[in-house]
Write a protein that binds this ligand. Structure first.
Ligand SMILES: *[C@@H]1O[C@H](CO)[C@@H](O)[C@H](O)[C@H]1NC(C)=O
Length: 305
């Protein structure tokens, strides 16, 4: 009797693990099936994109899938510039045009009449224009700065060991060449880890955008991987869990934004300066009035008495 049950459980287990092999580890929303196993994801109504799940999925396909899910009410996305020309993604998600390999097309319009040019990470690098806008080529992002804030920890973090810990964690979780992690700076008070990932200009093999996007999702606790693990570098056996991430992009050519749209940071600085000036003027005004009152009002009061 016991043997029968054991045998039954064994066959069941074999059945399950055989089925488990046709899955997409690198993208939780992919569906897989057939022999040989093929995975794909829905990117539009009746439109499926085949995927290579042995690697990270191109960001352009990921965004397309997210937009499709967003439109259909399914669940989705939720230290400063390294150089002057670095910029952040203020626009968020749109429905991108991808080429067959999953690269972004240089010009994106989000299914509207408004278009803009993007870099290889799909992030806008020009002002918005109309359909006639020209984007001559896709400009490569060769450097990303990841500003990570880690959660409070019990023991002080050894800054000297941080670079290797971060590089190793990136390599393990994103199958990414750790030698491209060029510099890691640490501010213990702010719990800020600034990671510069940089490749040679002209390198078209390493894709910084995928790694950065998968990491962004991990930190925002919406991992794209099937396994819902975290990006968690470990220093001296202590794991650093992240609570925030900001990504700066540096392209092989500087972006061509005009100053029409002030960024939040610039606006904040302008407001602070204006408030300081106003406060200064108010102090001056009050002082002046008090001086006047003492010099003029007092004698008059005396006279009245
Ligand atoms: C793209 O269009 C969608 C609506 O289809 C909108 O929600 C989203 O904000 C747009 N994104 C950009 C960057 O314009």
């Amino acid at each position: 009797m016991k043997i029968w049950i054991a045998l039954l459980l064994a066959t069941f287990a074999v059945g399950v693990s055989a089925q488990d092999q046709c899955i997409c580890d690198s993208f939780k929303w992919a569906t897989c099936g057939g022999t040989p196993c093929q995975c794909s994801v829905t990117v539009g109504t009746g439109e499926n994109q085949n995927l290579d799940c042995s690697k990270l999925i191109p960001k352009c396909f990921l965004m397309k899938a997210e937009m499709f899910r967003a439109r259909h009410g399914l669940s989705t996305r939720t230290g400063g510039k390294p150089v002057d020309t670095a910029f952040v993604d203020n626009d968020g998600i749109y429905d991108p045009d991808c080429d067959a390999n999953g690269a972004f097309r240089a010009k994106q319009c989000n299914n509207t009449e408004v278009c803009w040019c993007v870099n290889s990470a799909g992030v806008r690098r020009t002002d918005k224009g109309d359909k006639s806008l020209r984007c001559e080529k896709l400009v490569e992002t060769y450097w990303v700065r990841l500003e990570l804030k880690h959660k409070a920890v019990n023991n002080a973090v050894d800054a000297a060991k941080l670079q290797d810990a971060v590089a190793t964690a990136i390599q393990n979780r994103y199958s990414f060449d750790k030698t491209l992690v060029k510099e890691v700076q640490y501010d213990p008070k702010a719990r800020l880890i600034v990671v510069d990932v940089q490749k040679e200009k002209g390198d078209r093999k390493a894709d910084l955008s995928r790694m950065a996007y998968y990491m962004e999702k991990d930190v925002k606790v919406l991992p794209l991987f099937k396994d819902q693990a975290k990006f968690e570098p470990s220093v001296d056996g202590q794991k650093l869990e992240m609570e925030n991430i900001l990504v700066y992009y540096v392209d092989e050519e500087a972006p061509t934004f005009t100053m029409k749209r002030l960024t939040g940071g610039v606006i904040a600085v302008i407001v602070v300066v204006m408030l300081a000036v106003a406060a200064g003027l108010l102090v001056l005004f009050l002082k002046r009035r008090r001086e006047q009152r003492y010099s003029k009002a007092e004698p008059r009061e005396l006279e009245a008495m």
